[in-house]
Ligand binder design. Structure first.
Ligand SMILES: [Zn+2]
Length: 377
């Protein structure tokens, strides 16, 4: 393999800090009667020693990027975020807004139009640019940041929302690593990316303030201003970067525990499912999300231990979990099975699914957070 070049600063000095071995493309849901084998590809995280950006090492897959059902937690967070950014005076009525959305869905534009902002056409200059889990999908991170900065009017604000690498380390969410997601940000690495951009272009971006949300265990919304001379970052940025420094987000040593979490969580899931089976109890999964794919495969869990995973996306019923023989079923089929336990692979859905499928608990079933198994902190 040729030396990896950082997706942001182009340096070649870095380390593989997380190795999930070979994994199927997590968006590749074969039909149930497709007997496979599903192609697998190396899945590794690389940490740049120069700019500190954690990133996907290589991606030989062709992402399908299907839009899943939008979790209620994501919709609620968007409304909360728009209210908080508006209260900070960063979403003035009449401002031109552009959005770089996630291919998985979840637009804020209706919400922002409701605040009196005016959406601009593709490529047009904007006073506010919103990037909600969008930029992580760009293989060339330096180019992606330059593109956004280039569209921003002087004094304009870029709002960047990301699932932070500090959260991933703190909660042991190694299965956030997936093909198609090229960057795992910290405010620290983003600041280095902005410094590089300023050195190579006329666009000077400066972090101003940040908000934290509980989504995915810890999501950051960073407000960055273009050419806002003379204004300093506020205390939220300092606190964020201090927390990242303590967590060691730019140091390979901090990732050793994350690599140990791979085995710990895989063994805990396998052990729990084997115990449930041995005691004659039925378990069904919920959430055919990308993070479930790597977790099930790493844990060596197949249809003998987990006979089905339910998912609300209409496009996924009738498929199977990549790399396994586990069928994806509808939530209605899950309710019909009245399982003793449901392994939830997307923690943020807990409140929503408990409310949507009260029959599960009414029949004596229990929702179990699969992300928490094997995590003792
Ligand atoms: Zn770098």
């Amino acid at each position: 393999m040729t030396e990896h070049e950082c997706r942001a600063c182009r340096r070649q000095d870095g380390h593989i800090v997380l190795d999930l071995d070979d994994q199927p493309a997590c968006d590749y849901f074969p039909t149930y009667d497709d007997s496979g084998p599903d192609p697998v590809y190396p899945l590794q995280m690389w940490l740049c020693a120069h700019c500190g950006l954690a990133q996907l090492l290589e991606d030989p897959t062709t992402p399908e990027e299907p839009k899943g059902a939008e979790p209620a937690a994501l919709v609620a967070q968007a409304a909360d975020a728009v209210a908080r950014v508006t209260a900070a005076g960063l979403l003035p009525a009449g401002a031109r807004v552009a959005e770089y959305g996630s291919p998985h869905g979840g637009s804020w534009l209706d919400n922002l139009a409701g605040q009196g902002l005016k959406p601009v056409d593709d490529g047009g200059e904007a006073d506010v640019i919103l990037d909600c889990f969008g930029m992580m999908h760009a293989a060339d991170q330096a180019a992606a940041l330059a593109e956004r900065a280039g569209r921003l009017a002087p004094g304009g604000v870029l709002l960047l929302q990301f699932h932070s690498i500090e959260t991933i380390l703190r909660t042991g969410q190694w299965n956030a690593l997936r093909h198609g997601h090229f960057a795992y940000y910290s405010a620290t690495a983003l600041a280095a990316m902005m410094d590089s951009l300023a050195a190579t272009s006329r666009a000077r971006l400066s972090p101003r303030t940040a908000w934290l949300f509980d989504l995915y265990g810890g999501t950051v919304l960073l407000a960055v201003q273009r050419d806002g001379e003379g204004r300093a970052a506020d205390g939220t940025i300092t606190a964020l970067r201090d927390g990242e420094e303590r967590a060691g987000v730019t140091r390979p040593a901090a990732y050793e525990r994350l690599q140990r979490d791979v085995r710990a969580r895989a063994e805990a899931l396998h052990g729990w499912l084997a115990e449930m089976k041995a005691s004659g109890k039925s378990v069904v999964g919920y959430g055919a999300a990308s993070r479930a794919v790597a977790l099930l495969r790493t844990a060596g869990v197949d249809a003998d231990l987990l006979p089905a995973v339910a998912d609300a996306s209409p496009g996924k019923a009738g498929t199977r979990m990549p790399g396994t023989r586990i069928p994806v079923i509808t939530p209605a089929a899950l309710v019909d099975r009245a399982p003793d336990a449901v392994a939830l692979f997307v923690s943020d859905l807990l409140a929503e699914v408990r409310a949507a499928y009260p029959q599960v608990e009414a029949a004596g079933g229990q929702w179990v957070d699969a992300d928490a198994l094997g995590i003792d902190r």
